[in-house]
Design a protein around this ligand. Structure first.
Ligand code: PEP
Ligand code: MG
Length: 757
């Protein structure tokens, strides 16, 4: 059974398009279940109906023509309840809807199961039989399992057609929405530029060849280089391995021959594809076919093809040194965006960002917010390989990408962009005004920084200090650990730029979703593993160099404070303190006039929440990292789009934890700050102010928005709101109550609708 399931899924995976995939499904399922009919109905939003897309057993002419409206017939019933319907005699059921063209009157037994992807019913898979008998339990279980596995493949095939402007039943469509998660608010319209990692066949985008003959020649050269490598390997192995194994290389060499893979690639290039794209398409097709074979030996050959073609791809990419040409209105799309990719695009050309992987609180989304670039994360169904060069609309408020935009929709979004620009321009007036409520309660707004470009932007927005300098960002952009001197230069630039304002430098916080290419950490559960202070305490040489660089950089400025990330117990603080004291002592022994800086801890683990008092006693200040605190309290990976809807900083558990931290820190007489992303959410900021946080630290792009909202409310109203929400049990209700308060205070729609966390 498992073998059959696997075989069907693999074969469907290898299908070139949706129709071929569906035809394979109906053929293979009918055979596996030894039934007489298997059909697939898919929901077509354009027709608002379930369309018969493929069938083995029903009249062929009905395929593509027969459709059932929502809720109509047994298919409608399965879709409506999102549950299987298993009947001995379908015609006796009250929902049965006879359609003459299909010829289904001959069949009595009916089993329909929903095809569900991300809680959405895409369609219904049906089997039917002449006999009046119920399909048995194992048949039903088989179909349910298969449908669950096929849903993703069908969704992705549908998305591939949708981006080309075609609905499942072949109608021309526009404004196809691909859902993701809001990464940074704002709207952008522009041309997609796909960036992809090297030597990865699965991620090469389809692109037009600029010079067909040149691409063919270029491909031939790459192929020849691999042939030479193979011959060399072949000769080098003489006498070392069995002759049969050596002969495998001959098989490889044949695969590269003109009448095999090579020829197929050239044909695709002649049709206008660039060499890399043509190679990837042919390779992926063959890999999928081999992976779907039942013979284990043949299945293994998929690995050989992948290896061989990756070698050719390597030469194609190495030879070309492709300089990505960024359009003036670039929407940068990648499977997994990295800070380095962002840094490569000229700022004036970057309109928007899309990452297939990651979620709203991934570090790359945080960077995007800091840069003020509308971003969508976790757009898992976006057919990335087909996007290059396409015009799209990116809605960073809702977290959506709209393909094939129609004129009216584009017009509407152009208006939102105008509204957005006007709002931002209007906020500039607040830059030099204090952040105080209508009843004159003063709140301090600091910024989170990391990139050098953040400095100018922060100062322009009227920041009053730096609550979090993410020192790992310069580490992430480097190709090795920066030396103590290099670090000193970077830190000095920060401290000087903000002097006399305080700058909170966090010690290196890598691990989780922040991986240094030159210091890889491979773990099953990276967010529960070797992260932040755990790494640096295990590598005191890295920690000490960083502390020395920070203290050295602060000479004559005295505006440094140091902050420790991922603290889970008092011993970590003790150990870190000793290392800081030692570094300080060493610098004094070197004859430098250095002051001992204030030191603080981040409260970002649930354990730390309940040890706030003990931790606060040991340091000068505490600062809540609500991004991680939310992830750990709710057990929701901040990077995983699948569970993103569960990630909410408005969850009552999060709010109660925050309130607890503020009260304990105040009882110890220590300053309490919050530097997680929620501080930059205008609605959340109102609650945080009411709780009593001394400092809200956020990305510079949101600073004036928060200031504007705080200036529109009174502390009294904010405290009433806090009292009210602390009694509530549900994040959504809390969010609504906050929104209502902002609405009543006359806050603009674009300031209210940031992310939903
Ligand atoms: C946090 O966790 O809230 C925080 C500020 O740190 P980071 O987002 O860098 O993990
Ligand atoms: Mg953190």
């Amino acid at each position: 059974m498992l073998e059959q399931l696997r075989g069907i899924v693999q074969e469907v995976n290898a299908a070139k398009d949706l129709q071929i995939a569906l035809d394979i499904i109906v053929k293979r399922v009918r055979r596996s279940l030894e039934t007489q009919v298997c059909s697939v109905f898919l929901f077509d939003a354009d027709l608002n109906s379930h369309v018969l897309m493929a069938s083995e057993g029903l009249n062929k002419e009905a395929v593509g023509h027969v459709s059932l409206e929502i809720g109509e017939g047994l298919v409608g019933l399965v879709a409506k309840h999102a549950e299987p319907v298993n009947l001995q005699d379908a015609s006796q059921h009250p929902s049965f809807h006879y359609i003459e063209e299909t010829g289904e009157e001959l069949f009595h037994a009916f089993l329909g199961v929903p095809i569900i992807h991300h809680r959405t019913v895409l369609g219904v898979l049906v089997v039917q039989h002449e006999d009046r008998r119920r399909f048995d339990e194992s048949e039903e279980a088989f179909l349910v399992t298969l449908s669950a596995q096929l849903a993703g493949v069908i969704a992705s095939a549908e998305a591939t057609e949708a981006i080309e402007g075609v609905s499942p039943s072949g109608h021309k469509i526009s404004d196809t929405v691909f859902a993701g998660i809001s990464g940074a608010p704002g709207v952008a319209i522009g041309k997609v530029i796909v960036v992809f990692p090297k030597a990865d066949l699965s991620q090469v985008p389809v692109r037009q060849a600029k010079d067909v003959a040149g691409e063919i020649e270029y491909f031939a050269r790459g192929l020849n280089k691999v042939r030479d490598d193979m011959k060399e390997l072949h000769e080098g192995l003489a006498g070392k391995v069995a002759e049969e194994e050596r002969q495998l290389f001959d098989v490889y060499l044949h695969m590269l021959d003109d009448d095999a893979l090579g020829n197929e690639v050239v044909e695709l290039i002649e049709q206008g594809n660039w060499a890399q794209g043509a190679l990837a398409e042919v390779a992926n097709q063959h890999i999928a076919t081999f992976e779907g074979m039942s013979d284990p030996y043949l299945r293994e050959r998929a690995v050989d093809i992948k290896d061989l073609c990756s070698r050719v791809l390597f030469y194609l990419q190495e030879g070309e040194e492709v300089k990505t040409e960024y359009a003036d209105d670039t929407i940068l799309v990648s499977d997994e965006l990295t800070p380095a990719m962002l840094a490569e695009v000229p700022a004036e050309k970057l309109n928007g960002l899309v990452s297939i992987k990651g979620s709203g609180n991934s570090h790359v989304a945080i960077l995007a917010r800091t840069m003020g670039i509308p971003t969508v994360m976790g757009a898992v169904d976006l057919p990335i390989n087909l996007l290059d060069g396409k015009e799209v609309i990116l809605d960073g408020y809702k977290g959506e990408i709209i393909g094939n935009p129609s004129e009216p929709v584009t017009e509407r979004y152009i208006n939102t962009i105008k509204e957005q620009d006007e709002l931002i321009a209007g906020l500039q007036e607040l830059k030099d005004l204090p952040c105080e409520t209508a009843d004159e309660h003063r709140v301090h707004l600091w910024v989170n920084t990391g990139l050098m470009s953040d400095i100018a932007q922060s100062l322009e927005q009227g920041a009053e200090g730096v609550g979090l300098f993410r020192t790992e960002i310069p580490f992430l952009l480097s190709e090795r650990f920066p030396s103590e001197q290099e670090q000193t230069r970077i830190y000095k630039e920060q401290l000087e730029a903000f002097s006399p304002m305080m700058v909170t430098m966090r010690t290196l916080d890598v691990g989780g979703d922040k991986a240094l290419s030159y210091f890889p950490i491979e773990e099953e559960n990276p967010f529960l593993g070797w992260r932040g202070i755990r790494v640096t305490l295990d590598h005191p040489e890295i920690f000490t160099a960083q502390i020395r660089a920070m203290i050295r950089a602060s000479i004559g400025l005295e505006n440094l404070q140091i902050m420790l990330p991922m603290i889970s117990n008092v011993n970590e603080v003790n150990s870190a303190m000793q290392l800081i004291k030692r570094a300080h002592r060493e610098l004094i022994q070197e004859g430098l006039q250095v002051k001992f800086p204030p030191v603080g801890v981040m409260i970002e683990l649930p354990a730390a929440v309940y040890q706030t008092r003990a931790l606060a006693k040991m340091v000068d200040f505490v600062s809540v990292g609500s991004n991680d605190l939310t992830q750990y309290l709710l057990a929701v990976d901040r990077n995983n789009p699948r569970v993103a809807s569960l990630y909410s900083a408005f969850h009552p558990a999060v709010l109660h934890a925050l309130y607890h931290v503020v009260q304990d820190a105040q009882d110890e007489g220590k300053q309490v700050c919050i530097c997680g992303e929620m501080a930059g959410d205008p609605g959340a900021a109102v609650l945080l102010m009411a709780m009593g946080f001394d400092i809200l630290s956020m990305n510079a792009a949101t600073l004036l928005k928060v200031k504007s909202v705080i200036r529109s409310v009174s502390l009294d109203a904010a405290q009433d709101l806090l009292d009210q929400v602390m009694q509530m049990e549900d994040a959504q209700m809390i969010r609504s109550a906050v929104d209502l308060t902002l609405y009543n205070a006359g806050v603009d729609r674009l300031l209210r609708s940031s992310r939903t966390n």
